[in-house]
Design a protein around this ligand. Structure first.
Ligand SMILES: [Zn+2]
Ligand SMILES: [Zn+2]
Length: 184
């Protein structure tokens, strides 16, 4: 059955103990391994990294409302100098999952509003979406990253102080341009 597709993802949370009486509430505070690499090209939560979930799940008339936070470590590389960069990301989640047979479920598609399936809510897609918005497209190793040496390509952050290259002596430059003219 298709509904079992994600049943083993650690971001699928069983809410059977919540019940469907509006006003009932449960909390979910657990650290689970990330089911996949989640994030952007240059910064992401690695697969298996700890996702720290601090959630409150309330029964409302049409479904289960999940609110709370998730935080996790990230790895990536500096967009300027490609040095590995580690960090954290914290996201806020507010997600309604419609109960089976509710009017909300009947009038929405699964990709508009999450649905409670087998007494569970699947937070994977909301987490992927929120992390994608929270992470920087161009992470930097530091606010004053000097990037790569334009001449040899090493990260300026790891180069010796005053790293530079002897530019060709202007007199030689003149000579070589004269030689070029002679070639014609
Ligand atoms: Zn950098
Ligand atoms: Zn250099």
């Amino acid at each position: 059955m298709a509904t079992h597709r994600n049943s083993r993802s650690p971001l699928v949370i069983n809410i059977a103990r919540l019940g469907r009486r509006p006003g009932s509430m449960m909390t979910f505070q657990e650290t689970v391994p990330s089911p996949a690499r989640i994030g952007l090209e240059l910064a992401a939560i690695p697969e298996g990294a700890p996702l720290e979930l601090d959630l409150r799940i309330e029964s409302v008339s049409e479904g289960a409302l999940v609110t709370g936070t998730m935080s996790a470590p990230t790895t990536g590389e500096c967009a300027r100098c490609l040095t590995p960069v580690t960090g954290d990301v914290e996201i806020d989640l507010t997600e309604l999952f419609a109960y089976p047979d509710s009017a909300t479920e009947a009038t929405t598609d699964a990709d508009e509003v999450g649905h409670v399936v087998n007494d569970s809510v699947d937070l994977e897609q909301p987490v992927i979406d929120a992390v994608g918005l929270a992470l920087p497209f161009s992470p930097l190793c530091g606010p004053d990253c000097q990037g790569l040496c334009p001449d040899c390509g090493i990260p300026m952050a790891t180069a010796e102080p005053g790293h530079h290259h002897e530019k060709i002596d202007p007199r030689w430059a003149k000579l070589s341009s004269m030689l070029e003219t002679d070639d014609k």
